[in-house]
Ligand binder design. Structure first.
Ligand code: BG6
Ligand code: MG
Length: 230
């Protein structure tokens, strides 16, 4: 490089890998989580709203249960909580076992196809312990080189563990990753990992995201290139 081309501006880090949250980004499973948790709450003698359900997005099964029990002012032992979480999961699994490829969110398959063709590495970064079943039922498993889900991590989002693991498995630096997330906790996890974050949902809610869209169908490879330059 000659001196006239020298600039003190930091060299932009090129995005090489895409890490996708599952629920609410690739598929709309929130409705099934809501139905199953609500059934459990109703059995325990109380109810909760769809607005409260928003707070359960992105957090683990056990954390969701703790929040719901607090809303109902219900106290349970650890053993009872284990049983309740298992019961809810059985109802949830019965519902997601009937999912079809039609439940993949708009634009998702086209976007995944485009980034794969363009050579980006792709991993899943989800809190769910049911990701394998969902990916299989909706026929999008083949897009993912690595699956990091609730079975592999010990700390829930907003802890960055799930995304650090994804970057390590894909053999890229955190700064070379972009995360796609619908949950506030997930966007925070991505930023804490030193990654770019594309929010799926509302810009008023996902305030920490570098860019917010309604669904993956609104994104192009150009957006990823622009993120590299930020
Ligand atoms: C996240 C969902 O992806 O997975 C949460 O947004 C859910 O709502 C969490 O609690 C754990 O899912 P599962 O399938 O392991 O109960
Ligand atoms: Mg999500």
């Amino acid at each position: 490089m000659t001196l006239e081309h020298y600039s003190e501006k930091p060299i932009p880090m090129e995005i090489k890998a895409c890490l996708f949250d599952l629920d609410g980004v690739l598929v709309d499973t929130a409705v099934y989580h809501f139905k199953a948790w609500r059934k459990l709450a109703n059995h325990l003698g109380f109810d909760f709203t769809e607005a409260q359900n928003e707070q359960l997005k992105g957090i683990s099964r056990v954390e969701s249960l703790n929040k719901i029990l607090a809303w109902g002012n219900v106290e349970k032992t650890e053993e009872e909580k284990q049983q309740l979480a298992t019961e809810k999961n059985e109802w949830y699994v019965a519902m997601i076992s009937k999912m079809t490829p039609a439940e993949v969110l708009p634009g998702t398959v086209d976007f995944l196809t485009a980034i794969k063709k363009a050579g980006y590495k792709i991993a899943l970064g989800s809190a769910s312990k049911n990701s394998a079943l969902i990916l299989e039922r909706t026929q999008i498993a083949h897009f993912f080189e690595e699956i990091v889900d609730g079975n592999l991590v010990s700390k829930s989002k907003p802890d960055p563990e799930v995304f650090f693991k994804g970057a390590t498995l894909l053999e890229v630096q955190p700064s070379e990753c972009v995360v796609f997330e619908d949950a506030v906790a997930g966007v925070e996890a991505a930023k804490r990992a030193g990654m770019k974050a594309i929010g799926i949902g509302s810009a008023e809610v996902l305030t920490q995201a570098d860019l917010v869209v309604q669904n993956l169908g609104q994104l192009t490879i150009g957006h990823l290139q622009q993120l590299s330059e930020l």
